[in-house]
Design a protein around this ligand. Structure first.
Ligand code: ATP
Ligand code: MG
Length: 334
């Protein structure tokens, strides 16, 4: 039997280069070797967008087109929609006994997101519990591997601990402890210098961006704020423009030369950014072209995702029944 992968995205907008490097490229690599499930997390998306259901609904097709564009093969990977496999809620409620409110409060990613969304005074319960609901997504198919960005590390750690406690408590190994697979060592930063590019943060380069938009965004990237003139020595470490060069420019000699000259104040931002634009455009052009093809077949892609949900729902039912069995809550029909 093939090992399983579960991963996914919130339909809160189009996918960006952070997703590409953090998770999408790993999914494309893994789809041959693993049985892969890709979740469109519309229920999770709603937790901080409950008053904007149109945004979540309309973003589903955007994700489907992005998946197709980067090379996710809908015959090899099962793409599905969270709300169409409701067994996840049942599994969530069983898991929720194995985590404390205090533990959730310490989740560093959740803490940052609560601040970013101004939820400090009033956090919707649905949002607060999303890390545990996400553990239920993973355990719904008993995944072995979860390809994610670095921001998800605490969520996977929680999921492993919950699975372990569940198995220990009922004396039987029902749930897998999944392993994370990180595509990048740190999250891809935003063009505004924010530590994370995010679709809800207005600082992203999208896979769907036109060449013109890409150029504009590259030229807007925040660089070393202490460097006023091209002749001032600049800092390369943590500089977004060089982080992107490292991620996208295959010409290492060119990147090293730019870095050396930048440190000495011997190159202007324009040259650094023009070369970055060219390197990124080479990677993003074929994706952009395939995305245009995907736009024409997005209704079919949605059908595939609905079909996929039925498959996941069946798998989830089996796992939920095994959980009920060991919790002594399974009654056979008379
Ligand atoms: P939102 O702002 O709505 O939360 P998002 O951009 O964070 O959107 P998600 O759908 O929450 O995207 O995340 C999907 C996957 O992409 C996760 O595995 C996440 O770790 C990864 N990811 C998101 N942003 C980045 C980033 N900047 N760098 C690397 N990986 C990322
Ligand atoms: Mg996110």
């Amino acid at each position: 039997m093939k090992k399983r992968v579960l991963t996914g995205d919130r339909p809160t907008g189009k996918l960006h280069i952070g997703h590409l490097k953090g998770s999408l490229l790993n999914r494309v690599k893994l789809q041959d070797e693993y049985e892969q499930f890709i979740l469109i997390a519309n229920i999770q998306g709603l937790t901080d967008n409950y008053n904007n259901p149109d945004k979540i609904r309309n973003s589903i097709e955007e994700l489907l087109c992005d998946y197709y564009a980067v090379g996710i093969d809908f015959d090899k990977s099962t793409v599905y929609i969270q709300s169409e496999a409701p067994e996840v809620h049942e599994i969530f409620i069983y898991l929720s006994n194995f985590v404390s409110i205090q533990k959730i409060l310490h989740n560093p990613t959740l803490k940052t997101e609560i601040e970013q969304k101004n939820f400090e005074k009033s956090t919707p319960l649905g949002f607060f519990i999303y890390p545990i609901h996400q553990a239920a997504d993973i355990l719904l198919v008993n995944a072995d591997l979860v390809p994610v960005g670095r921001d998800q590390a605490p969520m996977i750690e929680d999921c492993r601990e919950i699975a372990r406690k569940f198995n220990q408590t009922y004396g039987k190994k029902i749930l897998n402890e999944p392993q994370p697979l990180f595509g990048v060592t740190v999250n891809v930063p935003g063009i505004d210098g924010n530590a994370k590019m995010g679709k809800s943060l207005n600082n992203a380069i999208y896979l769907a961006d036109s060449e013109k938009e890409l150029r504009e965004k590259v030229f807007r990237i925040k660089t070393d704020p202490n460097r006023i003139h091209a002749t001032d020595p600049g800092t390369v470490e943590g500089n977004v423009v060089f982080i992107y060069h490292d991620l996208f420019n295959p010409n290492l000699d060119e990147v090293n030369d730019l870095k050396e000259r930048y440190k000495k104040g011997k190159v202007g931002d324009v040259e650094v950014k023009q070369k970055l634009f060219e390197a990124m455009n080479n990677v993003l052009t074929p994706i952009r072209e395939r995305r245009q093809e995907a736009e024409k077949i997005k209704k079919q892609l949605l059908e595939r995702a609905i079909e996929g949900s039925r498959k996941v729902s069946k798998i989830g039912r089996e796992i939920a029944d095994q959980m009920k069995e060991v919790m002594q809550m399974k009654f056979s029909r008379i």
